[in-house]
Design a protein around this ligand. Structure first.
Ligand SMILES: [Zn+2]
Length: 479
């Protein structure tokens, strides 16, 4: 029997604040175990949490970036559970009054738009990490991550396929990157996804029993996990069985999941209001100030790039992958008034060099103004396209301005036609045989002569001008 999947996601995102949610310990990845904790984040009795203002602002910015309503009155709650990576045996989270409610993200798949609703975003503290010895003999606890501010983005069950889930996670990631609230590095665990999946027979409305797959840390494993779990549930139902509500662990190496524990319900956690932190209250003005502080979101930029700037959608998306690239592109396009060439230099030349050098776009050593200047020099024919590429390479190495590089290296174009004419006429004299063949009707030798001329001018003349001069002089020879 054919089945339709229904998928909801819970996305955990670590906020890139300087310090943890309730103490002054620094937030960063890696490092010596237990080198970034204190009595507060390791919950020594008698310590009290102090709420980090920046973390609250980041959580609200995330909500605004994902089109949420922001609650003007929010509070924290205790979620009680025991696990060795959380030494106080409860997590400070938010239950009934989270900071952000009722958001949405529009995704596009095969040219069709779909809205995925976001139920809520709440702020909570991250737990520590257990390091297992691999022999199942002992585990070591590292509390560096304990107390790192974490938002949990909970969707409505609006996702109907692995590909929709992928598009949604990618879009959320991009919006949060642009909002500047997280580095969203899935490989370092600063963005982790729980997937809730159920299937129902085609033609029915009632949702099936769902299972939860926790802590997926790559887009690829999200896609594979959804495909595998959808197929597993369908085969359970087809063989007359029933799906059990449970948490399952995804094994990315084997490409399969196994049951971990039966799924808890909210009442198992015995939530109650956190007595050590007063509720957070905001005015609408404070929320609007945070909204105004957000940069333009990627979908707005996409419309501008593909609209008045005239970029193809795929080029726009490639640039929008990185905030740094998008900012460089916009500055370069503004200065050169030539978005298309700016984009093509970024996509073809800059991305290739970054790839070769193993650098990220944030490490580009020049700004959009310098790139815009280079594009302008090309447009004004001060430099050939070929030499522009050489200048670009040197911009990575020297950090000099493009005009200084062009001047220092003799890349400036020979723009006077008389100069070009004298070089071309010398070449024709040196290649009488080829000229004779051309005049006798062998058009192929034109390419050879053109190559000789361009070589003699060492790429400093506009090829179109050289071509015109060469044609003109050969024409004269014919007359
Ligand atoms: Zn601490």
């Amino acid at each position: 029997m054919p089945y339709l999947p229904t998928i909801g996601l819970e996305i955990h995102v670590e906020l890139s604040t300087g310090s943890k949610l309730f103490c002054g310990c620094p937030v960063s990845f890696g490092g010596e175990p237990n080198s970034r904790c204190c009595p507060v984040c390791t919950s020594v009795p008698g310590t009290l949490p102090v709420l980090n203002r920046a973390a609250v602002q980041y959580a609200i910015k995330a909500g605004l970036a994902l089109n949420c309503e922001i609650g003007l009155f929010s509070k924290f709650d205790r979620k009680n559970y025991f696990y060795p990576d959380l030494p106080k045996a409860y997590q400070i989270s938010q239950f009934d009054l989270p900071f952000c409610l009722d958001g949405y993200v529009d995704i596009e798949l095969n040219g069709e738009q779909k809205r995925i609703r976001i139920e809520r975003i709440h702020l909570e503290e991250d737990a520590g990490k257990l390091v297992h010895d691999g022999l199942d003999k002992y585990s070591l606890a590292d509390y560096n991550r304990c107390g790192v501010p974490l938002i949990e983005i909970v969707t409505k069950p609006d996702i109907a396929s692995a590909q929709e889930a992928k598009a949604f996670v990618e879009k959320v990631r991009l919006c949060l990157l642009y909002a500047g609230v997280s580095d969203c590095k899935m490989e370092e665990g600063s963005m982790r996804v729980d997937v809730n999946t159920s299937v129902r027979p085609v033609g029915t409305d009632e949702l099936g029993t769902r299972t939860e797959m926790k802590n997926l840390n790559s887009i690829r494993s999200i896609v594979r996990c959804i495909e595998s779990e959808t197929a597993r549930q369908a085969s359970v139902l087809d063989s007359g069985g029933r799906v059990v509500q449970e948490t399952r662990r995804w094994d990315d190496n084997k490409g399969e999941s196994r049951a971990m524990r039966s799924k808890e319900n909210a009442h198992d956690y015995r939530y109650f209001p956190e007595p050590d932190i007063i509720p957070a209250e905001f005015t609408q003005e404070q929320i609007e100030a945070l909204r105004a502080s957000l940069p333009k979101m990627p979908h707005e930029r996409y419309l501008e790039y593909t609209g008045k700037m005239g970029l193809p959608g795929s080029d726009a998306n490639q640039i929008l992958e990185s905030v740094a690239l998008a900012d460089i592109f916009e500055d370069a396009a503004a200065i050169s008034a030539n978005p298309r060439t700016s984009a093509s230099l970024i996509i073809v030349e800059i991305l290739r060099r970054l790839n070769d050098m193993g650098l990220s776009p944030e490490q580009i050593p020049f700004d959009g103004a310098a790139l815009g200047k280079l594009v302008k020099m090309m447009d004004e024919r001060q430099i050939t396209a070929n030499n522009a590429k050489k200048v670009l390479t040197l911009m990575f190495e020297t950090k000099d301005s493009p005009d200084k590089i062009a001047k220092d290296n003799g890349f400036a174009v020979i723009s006077d036609v008389a100069g070009i004419k004298s070089v071309v006429s010398d070449i024709l004299k040196q290649n009488e045989k080829a000229v004779g063949e051309y005049l006798a009707g062998n058009a192929k030798t034109f390419g050879f002569l053109m190559g000789q001329c361009v070589g003699a001018l060492s790429g400093r003349a506009d090829p179109q001008v050289v071509r015109a001069v060469l044609q003109e002089l050969l024409q004269k020879g014919q007359d």
